[in-house]
Design a protein around this ligand. Structure first.
Ligand SMILES: [Ca+2]
Ligand SMILES: [Ca+2]
Length: 179
């Protein structure tokens, strides 16, 4: 009689264990043991940290002996469509650090899906554009920006990631991945 009771008890325990296992299986989503990759990322901030003090012709951006430094601003494109123009960093040192995230027109963040081209142009403001057109200083182009930034590690984003372009242009970019 005592043996029988113990057997029943063991059976009950085993049944309970099986039920627990089964419940665990059914509540976890099927076939998604590894997390998914991002579908896009949002470009959130742009910091300018370097550019050549002279243009390709060997002249300072605002002429003379360079005592009048460049006045850079950025234009940000997605697939050749202009979506953001920053305010101007007046009389900027070409080795200084300037946050270019404030908008003169358009807005950040900008979302880029897989296979989408990101371009950031740098321009030197020369006052009233009707009298003096801005000088084009160079650019950074990344054809498939999401693939470029995403390292396959399911990170939430990237912070102050350095990218380099033409004419010594260097930006630090911060963005968030969208899953
Ligand atoms: Ca100029
Ligand atoms: Ca200037």
């Amino acid at each position: 009689m005592i043996m029988m009771k113990r057997s029943l008890w063991m059976f009950a325990l085993a049944a309970f264990a099986l039920a627990s296992c089964k419940k665990e299986e059914t509540t976890s989503p099927s076939g998604s043991t590894s997390p998914s990759d991002p579908v896009s990322f949002r470009l959130e901030t742009i910091t300018l940290t370097g550019f050549d003090a002279m243009n390709g012709s060997g002249s300072y951006w605002d002429g003379g002996n360079g005592s009048n430094p460049a006045d850079p601003f950025v234009k940000v494109y997605k697939e050749n469509v202009l979506l953001f123009t920053s305010t101007v960093a007046s009389s900027a040192s070409n080795t200084g650090s300037y946050d270019m995230s404030a908008a003169a027109s358009g807005a950040l963040p900008i979302a880029y899906a897989t296979g989408t081209k990101l371009e950031i142009e740098l321009w030197d403001d020369d006052g009233d554009p009707n009298n003096n057109a801005p000088d084009y200083m160079g650019h950074v182009v990344i054809d498939d920006a999401l693939t470029f930034f995403y390292g396959g590690d399911h990170a939430s984003g990237f912070t102050d990631l350095q990218v380099t372009g033409t004419n010594g242009i260097t930006f630090l970019l911060t963005g968030a991945f969208i899953y």
